[in-house]
Design a protein. Structure first.
Length: 95
């Protein structure tokens, strides 16, 4: 999953982000133009995760950040990340 996080971080410059209340829209850029036909809507937690991911991000650091921000059980955080990170990786790879 660490490699997936690094790849997502490397692709972040290819997306425009727009906060809409508790949601975050990820809009891919193609030839420096936003492609509004391919956007992804992230809930509050998904948006938080997106914003935490960077080149130095580790899974442990991400889990700690989520735990500190949302005070969720660590087991639930681990399960959620195990599902979410591969999906986010697939989305960022497809663009």
């Amino acid at each position: 999953m660490t490699e997936q996080l690094k790849h997502i971080a490397s692709q972040k410059a290819n997306f425009v982000c727009k906060h809409t209340g508790d949601e975050l829209l990820l809009i891919p850029l193609k030839d420096n133009v936003a492609d509004f036909n391919q956007y992804l809507v992230l809930n509050e937690l998904g948006g938080f995760i997106w914003e935490q991911i960077n080149e130095d991000c580790s899974l442990a650091a991400l889990q700690d950040a989520i735990f500190n921000e949302f005070d969720a059980p660590l087991a639930q955080i681990e399960q959620d990340l195990a599902k979410f990170i591969p999906q986010l990786h697939q989305y960022t790879c497809a663009k």
